[in-house]
Each structure stands twice: as structure tokens, then as C-alpha cells.
Design a protein around this ligand. Structure first.
Ligand SMILES: [Zn+2]
Length: 115
């Protein structure tokens, strides 16, 4: 058996996950599902309707089409994209696919479980 002593562990402030590499932890904290910055105020809300946006990208055979999940808020009449879109870098790669949309809020005063 081996015991490793005196190592530095980095602990996530949000979910308490531990890592040995600082860089990896910084990246994790940024995307951690328990980080309040990544919360979605929309989950469970009755005004939220799922939708999708088309993403066009180039591949060796030409142009291809893909879809990303988006949401429409019936309360405030807004189209929203989830944090996942930011995390996956889709927003930078395909800004036109998310034109006129906003990122889902982390808090919302219009949230309701029923309409
Ligand atoms: Zn975490």
C-alpha cells in the first residue's frame, strides 16, 4: 500500500469535488452544475416551452445541419438558450443560430408551476 502525503488538493466551492490540478479545477468550477451562475431559473416552469434552433456547419462533404435545444418563455415572450450552449462553445461558433436570444436567467420573478 502507498500513502501519498503532502499533496495539494483543490476543492470545488460549489460541489466539494476534489482535484489535484488547479487548472482542471478552475475549469470545473466555471462549468459546475452547482455553481449558481450556471443555474437555470426556468426548470419546472409552466411558461417554458422547448424548442430548437438550427446550426449549420461546414464539413468535408459540404454544409451540414444540426440542432440545439432552445426554450421559449411564454410569460415574457423571449427565446432563451441554456447554459449548455455556452459551455459547448456553440454561441461563439454559431452566433447567428442564437440571434435575438438570451441566456436563461439564474433567477426569475415570473416562474410558476402552473399558468
Ligand atoms: Zn463542482
Amino acid at each position: 500500500m502507498k500513502t501519498i502525503e503532502n499533496i495539494t488538493l483543490y476543492v470545488c466551492e460549489h460541489c466539494k469535488r476534489k482535484m489535484q490540478r488547479k487548472h482542471a479545477m478552475l475549469l470545473h468550477e466555471q462549468h459546475c452544475g452547482k455553481n449558481p451562475k450556471n443555474w437555470s431559473a426556468c426548470s419546472g416552469c409552466a411558461f417554458m416551452k422547448e424548442g430548437q434552433t438550427e446550426i449549420y456547419y461546414q464539413n468535408p462533404d459540404g454544409e451540414s445541419k444540426s440542432y440545439a435545444k432552445t426554450f421559449h418563455c411564454e410569460k415574457f415572450n423571449k427565446d432563451l438558450y441554456p447554459y449548455k450552449v455556452v459551455r459547448k462553445g456553440l454561441l461563439e461558433k454559431y452566433p447567428e443560430s442564437f440571434d435575438g436570444m438570451e441566456q436563461m436567467p439564474t433567477t426569475c420573478e415570473g416562474w410558476n408551476w402552473t399558468k
